[in-house]
Write a protein that binds this ligand. Structure first.
Ligand SMILES: [Cu+2]
Length: 158
């Protein structure tokens, strides 16, 4: 039963996104499926932007997103949100972002995100930007980030 439940979880993790966003794109590398990498548009003059996606791990081993590189910003860091003294703060993740076996990790608003720091230009809705994701086990893959409007959600129930 447990295996079936896990497989259903993986199925719906992917399925829901395509119901909400007919134009969603995806990538496969090793046991990982990377769903719709995107950046939220930025106002003129903004120095930072947030990058998001959902990463599904169909394999039996935990993997880690260790590094992201892009050309459109000086730095790309993987951030987590933590509440300290009732204040939500973001900080750089230590040891890579965990993608558990037979499960998924979602980077989303108010959660894990890729922080693009010192943007070379504003991110405008409809544009696309290349980036490279480096996973500990699955290796590296080039992906395209789609720039989405403010408030965009990968899934309706998020
Ligand atoms: Cu951040």
């Amino acid at each position: 039963m447990k295996i079936i439940r896990k497989q259903l979880l993986i199925f719906f993790a992917i399925f829901n996104i395509f119901v909400t966003n007919s134009l969603a794109h995806e990538y496969k590398i090793g046991n990982l499926i990377i769903l719709h990498p995107y950046i939220i548009e930025t106002p003129p003059g903004a120095k930072t932007a947030g990058g998001y996606m959902k990463i599904v791990n169909t394999g039996n081993q935990t993997d880690y997103l260790n590094l992201v590189t892009v050309d459109f910003a000086k730095v790309a860091e993987i951030h987590e949100m933590k509440t300290e003294n009732d204040v939500i703060k973001m900080r750089k993740i230590k040891g890579g972002l965990e993608i558990p076996a037979k499960d998924f990790t979602e980077l989303k608003h108010k959660g894990y995100h890729i922080m693009f720091i010192n943007l070379r230009k504003p991110m405008i809705r409809g544009e696309t930007y290349e980036g490279i994701l480096y996973f500990e086990k699955a290796g590296k893959i080039k992906v395209i980030f789609a720039v989405e409007k403010m408030g965009f959600k990968l899934e309706e129930n998020n």
